[in-house]
Design a protein around this ligand. Structure first.
Ligand SMILES: [Zn+2]
Length: 286
């Protein structure tokens, strides 16, 4: 059985891949990565994510402003992002969230931009991809009240979104699952000292989990210090399989199904083309 993997979080539209993007996507396909979400961090990189989704079957775009970039946002750029969120190839609003670790943008500006994008996501009825670093005390209550207002699900019954590069413990993961989210396990699950994340990967119900590379950032243990790319996702999948004492095929099938369910509108979830296959008329329609 060939593996079918989905990289639930990557930035392969960025310039780090300008020299070898086609070859990198070829390596991803060869490694079984049939789908990936490519996330913007500002207006330009969101547009680039959409352009890649237009060109490459199996690539799903997300449009959003990363907390690092919040300080640069004004009314015009926020409305440009809200417009991009409506694009038919935009599967999610992201990457959005709070980062109180690097603090590239003031906290109140990060919160303002995050909350505006939550409203956009509710309007366009698409899931969100959430970044949270050292900011859970501020982020959780915002997500909690937003989730309650959405009824804990998208109108079509899908989860509300994904907690990307999850860095909390199992108890916190379960609280986000209760609020209607899935948890994304990052390649760092392969690091020898990643005890908390490994416990989450071991203990969380398999159907609440997706797996990501966050390319070009955060490579798996075997590639420390190098650029990460979606083809390395299998290393994280193998680590999760070993932690759970389940087969790589089981982990791949379950997490890919969850990602496709999350990022595909219900009417097209069963027919989304794989990376490298011919695009169907439905997905390329305006
Ligand atoms: Zn990211």
């Amino acid at each position: 059985m060939t593996l079918r993997l989905f990289d639930s979080h990557s930035h392969v539209q960025l310039s780090q891949f300008d020299g070898d993007r086609d070859a990198m996507l070829g390596r991803a396909r060869a490694a079984g990565v049939t789908g990936m979400l490519v996330l913007g961090t500002d207006v330009a990189s969101s547009q680039a994510a959409i352009a890649l989704a237009e060109a490459e079957p199996g690539v799903y775009a997300a449009a959003g402003c990363h907390p690092h970039d919040a300080q640069h946002m004004d009314a015009d750029s926020m409305s440009a992002l809200a417009e991009l969120a409506r694009h038919p190839l935009v599967a999610a609003v992201g990457e959005i969230g709070l980062d109180f670790y690097r603090n590239f943008s003031p906290h109140d500006k990060q919160i303002e931009v995050f909350q505006q994008q939550l409203e956009t996501a509710a309007e366009v009825e698409k899931p969100i991809a959430v970044h949270c670093r050292d900011a859970n005390d501020a982020l959780f209550p915002i997500i909690e009240s937003w989730s309650r207002r959405q009824g804990g699900r998208l109108p079509d019954g899908r989860p509300l979104g994904v907690m990307h590069y999850f860095s909390g413990d199992t108890e916190l993961a379960e609280r986000y699952v209760e609020l209607g989210f899935v948890i994304s396990i990052h390649c760092s699950v392969t690091y020898p000292n990643a005890n908390t994340l490994q416990a989450v990967a071991q203990q969380l119900p398999l159907d609440a989990m997706v797996i990501e590379t966050d390319s070009p950032y955060g490579p798996p243990q075997s590639r420390r210090g190098q650029r990460n790319e979606p083809g390395y996702l299998s290393e994280a999948v193998a680590a999760v399989a070993e932690l759970r004492d389940e087969s790589i095929e089981q982990i791949a099938a379950a997490t890919t199904e969850t990602a496709l369910r999350l990022f595909s509108p219900v009417s097209t979830a069963a027919t989304s083309p794989a990376l490298g296959s011919a695009r169907t008329a439905g997905r390329s329609a305006p």
